[in-house]
Design a protein around this ligand. Sequence first.
Ligand code: SF4
Length: 459
Amino acid sequence: MTLGCARNEVDSEELAGRLEAAGWELTDEAPDVVVVNTCGFVESAKKDSIDTLLAASDTGAKVVAVGCLAERYGEELAGQLPEADAVLGFDSYAEMSTHLRSVLDGVAIPSHTPGDRRKLLPISPVERAAAVEPGTIDIGLPGHAGGPQVVRRRLDDSPVAPLKLASGCDRRCAFCAIPSFRGAFVSRRPSDVLAEARWLAEHGVRELVLVSENSTSYGKDLGDLQLLETLLPELAAIAPRVRLSYLQPAEMRPTLVDTLTRTPGVVPYFDMSFQHASATVLRRMRRFGDTARFLDLLAQIRAAAPTAGVRSNVIVGFPGETEADVAELEHFLTEARLDAIGVFGYSDEDGTEAEGLPDKVDPDEVHRRVARLTALAEQLTAQRADERVGEVVEVLIESTDGEGRAAHQAPDVDGTTLVSGDVRVGDIVRAVVVGTEGVDLLADLVDIILPAALVPVVA
Ligand code: SF4
């Protein structure tokens, strides 16, 4: 069972690949043991993970907790949740088969002892590549196991799949705990990413969604800060559609904008979390930028690709945020014309710098600001969708009723496009937008660019 983000989906499929290779049968029917790949990002996600663990234990099967919540809290989680038969961290993934056998044999496995995973690798990025070579520092990098020999087992037959570029993050955003439990930034070798992309394409995947904690940093530890600009066209030669996610606005560069807007097969899609627009709040978040610089970046993108898709997340209620700061954020969002906006209320996260900041905003006021910004976001993104009426969009069909996603719509978060016409799951089609329902589009089929049946010959 997988919770959380697309990165966790990759980790689950890698674990499934390891277990199947070790002789385990993956099933939903009366399993002997349930592995719950948890999320530990924020309060609501932690609660969902614990609820899922409890529900799994109600089935009578053995329950093993892995993933970010297990990595972040380890023994503490085990102490509070006796329903979990084992709580294992990332360093246990390579030996997961052995651990599950022990659990089934009733052998107690010591719970994971959490620590700051940033300390496991050299501070200097370029020294890390050598440090994580197989047989050197023995640390778990979920989703990195695949080399020439891909370690993965698909857990669904969707025509879209996430593909991990890298793990960890070197930034220090004051509200974020991810670097402490996902560790320092480590890129996967391009050859490993390409091998896994071929494997996915051979298994019916039409759209690769490239994921990491901070994709804009890809290659910095491999001695090439612009490695993405080389890798993206290579991936586009393997799968019909390539989407890049998790871009850091502070690390955007003209060459990357160029590659994302001018490479056939790479969708002009910008998943950039601005988080706020007030310079004062952003500095306190230890982030770069302000309204003017963000609007300038968006103008550069739209100059290169006027219909490019842009999604972003924002946090309201950060310590010290004033009414004027909220107004600045509203002004930015109104000018930015984003396709999708995620609005989150600030909450303290264990071990983050912001947890210790003064001037906390009253939780009720945080809720009011979330409601206010969410209402504005819904209005603005619906307007942005309306602007696309008459536009010809390319849609990957994902369900038999003709529903799919256009180039500006990432899976699960950005809305869908319902195409009327004779289409099949896996088809990539051109369709003209004739209407909207909120952020969702209604479109009429123009023609089929790549029929589902035509599985591309993978070079
Ligand atoms: S860039 Fe993202 S993952 Fe990294 S510290 Fe900031 S919010 Fe967290």
